[in-house]
Design a protein around this ligand. Sequence first.
Ligand SMILES: Cc1cc2nc3c(=O)[nH]c(=O)nc-3n(C[C@H](O)[C@H](O)[C@H](O)COP(=O)(O)OP(=O)(O)OC[C@H]3O[C@@H](n4cnc5c(N)ncnc54)[C@H](O)[C@@H]3O)c2cc1C
Length: 353
Amino acid sequence: MAIEVLAGTLRDHTTLHVGGGAQLIVRVTTDQELIDLVRNIDQRGERLLILGGGSNVVCTDQDFPGTVIVIAVMGIEWDEGSVTVAAGENWDAFVSHAIDLGFGGLAPLSGIPGSMGATPIQNIGAYGVELAEFIDQVSVWDRQDNVLRNLSVAECRFEYRDSALKKNPSRYVVLSVTLQITRSLEIPIRYEQLAGVMNQEIETVAHAVEVRDQVLRLREMKSMVLDSADADSNSTGSFFINPTVLHVNAPQGCPTYSLTESNPLAGTSVKLSAAWLIEKSGITKGFGLADRDSRIRVSRNHTLAIANADSGSSREVIELASYIRQQVFNSFGIELMVEPVLINCELDQLTRV
Ligand SMILES: Cc1cc2nc3c(=O)[nH]c(=O)nc-3n(C[C@H](O)[C@H](O)[C@H](O)COP(=O)(O)OP(=O)(O)OC[C@H]3O[C@@H](n4cnc5c(N)ncnc54)[C@H](O)[C@@H]3O)c2cc1C
């Protein structure tokens, strides 16, 4: 199939529904088309934005001065417990398919929007599980060296909502991801809230189908699954990541999460609940800068998400996010970091005095 030119603006191709137009927005369905097009754009020194499902980007209201490629290359190849998934496959549909075949380990990551190609970018995670635990290798087109590469887990340098791919946004185009999943539908529950709704102790095992159902139910309650009937799901999911601070600097009463053992800061530092910090700095669910019905607001169902209730602009998103970050800094001296990728925009300067 030839490259397809898509109508609309970035507002139409992203889940926060903000963003201007672009010189060209296209959908590609084969790796060869994708590589040829990227190569051409790079040779001409033009700007390029790669998109999957558009669920983790905030695009500026101004037009993007280049080409937007929406990756729609499909394909899933199983080889026992190893599976290679093309970048354009929908993540959640793949999780469901893997469970149907008896590979249950991904069930806690059910319901996360977007495409496979973006999953290693920020090492998606939820309910006590991160994708990096399952990744074997990531196949990429390396735009810097003009070559195909298979990146190992070590080369990807996965961290909490971060990776070498996210740190080098103009270098890699993810073509496919190879995962290693154990064939088992009995999986451990590692998240307190999930264990609670399942009436189980944490670290006990549960059936993957039940885990998926409960995770989807919890996510729906928080507007954390895409739903055209739910304006609070017009978001990027969590807007801020949980900050890591030294144990001694953790505010009293703030819920904390341990760092993974491989993290060199694990002994001295903890992750804080960003949602708690935001709430304690005076920002409630549904908060908007003008009033509670403002077009851009804190989700009514999740303090960490910024939602576009009705045709809001990226400028309004930036204003609200900047305000939240400043309030938390004023209250706790902690600087929240943004989770989604900001395209041609940035938060307003933090005032530190
Ligand atoms: C309601 C909601 C809930 C969410 N919940 C979670 C959650 O629980 N956990 C979590 O981790 N995330 C969550 N997210 C964020 C988001 O869904 C994930 O980060 C997802 O992996 C993004 O996929 P995407 O295809 O939409 O990426 P996009 O938004 O299209 O792209 C994100 C970034 O990756 C780059 N990119 C995309 N595809 C490629 C590729 N093939 N090669 C190179 N770069 C690429 C883009 O250029 C951009 O920088 C949530 C988002 C929403 C809207």
